[in-house]
Design a protein around this ligand. Structure first.
Ligand SMILES: [Zn+2]
Length: 252
């Protein structure tokens, strides 16, 4: 990731995506917004206890940085449902029941809200289709990656070999402690153990992407742990009552 800043708001970009002029993207931090503690400051979630007006102002700050007209998010249910976004009216800034959003419509920024879960940004430069996937450990368990890529193929004719994927800041193997892994995870996750109670979810996501046919060279991982860097990113595990930072992608 490369650190950038605009209008006093810091954000990061992926090296694999920055050369594609048809898209905008950004991994925003918790800094540069207006929300008070414990949501300080650039919280983009309506659902964590922050005032709705603050969240709308923060989302508009981000739209100003990326110069997009509209932003849409899913309510993020830790499931595997993906939605194709075709257009928006003003009420639609959050759509109930979805973890992944896909679009080929210019001007709409797809937002994923995070505090330890992964955002996976996807771009098909050939078909000009983008996606943003919210994926925590339940998302890996239900394989939201597979259902999202299947929908990209079905609706837009995307091919796996063209797809780029970028895994953002999220809980690293250093801090992914699960005390009851045999209850929570499928057996296959056993090979991703880095200690008796720690798992490498970055590697699980890489392998789930490769299982869908993505090339390893087309996958970039930020390798930044939100729990270890909570001055810059919200971490639910560290703070419990806290905000959500935003990762966005849009077609110009
Ligand atoms: Zn960590």
């Amino acid at each position: 990731m490369i650190k950038r800043g605009k209008k006093g708001i810091p954000f990061y970009q992926f090296e694999n995506l920055e050369s594609y002029g048809e898209i905008v993207h950004g991994i925003f931090t918790r800094n540069g917004g207006i929300s008070p503690p414990p949501f300080h400051t650039l919280n983009v979630s309506f659902l964590c206890g922050d005032q709705r007006e603050n969240v709308l102002r923060n989302r508009n700050l981000i739209l100003g940085v990326v110069e997009m007209e509209k932003m849409v998010s899913g309510s993020q249910a830790h499931g595997n449902r993906a939605l194709v976004v075709r257009g928006l009216d003003d009420r639609d800034n959050e759509i109930e029941g979805f973890d992944a959003l896909i679009t080929n419509t210019p001007g709409i920024a797809l937002l994923v809200k995070q505090a330890d879960c992964q955002s996976i940004l996807m771009h098909d430069p050939k078909c000009k289709v983008i996606a943003n996937i919210h994926c925590g450990w339940r998302g890996n368990t239900h394989n939201v990656i597979k259902s999202t890529i299947a929908l990209m193929k079905r609706e837009f004719g995307c091919q796996s070999s063209n797809l780029l994927a970028c895994i953002g800041p999220s809980l690293g193997p250093c801090c992914s402690e699960f005390l009851n892994p045999s209850n929570d995870f499928p057996k296959a996750f056993g090979e991703y153990k880095v200690s008796p109670y720690h798992f490498d979810f970055w590697r699980i996501t890489i392998d789930q992407l490769k299982d869908e046919g993505l090339k390893e060279d087309n996958i970039e991982v930020a390798r930044v742990c939100t729990h270890c860097n909570s001055y810059e990113f919200f971490s639910y595990r560290r703070e419990k009552i806290t905000g959500r930072f935003g990762t966005i992608i849009g077609l110009k």
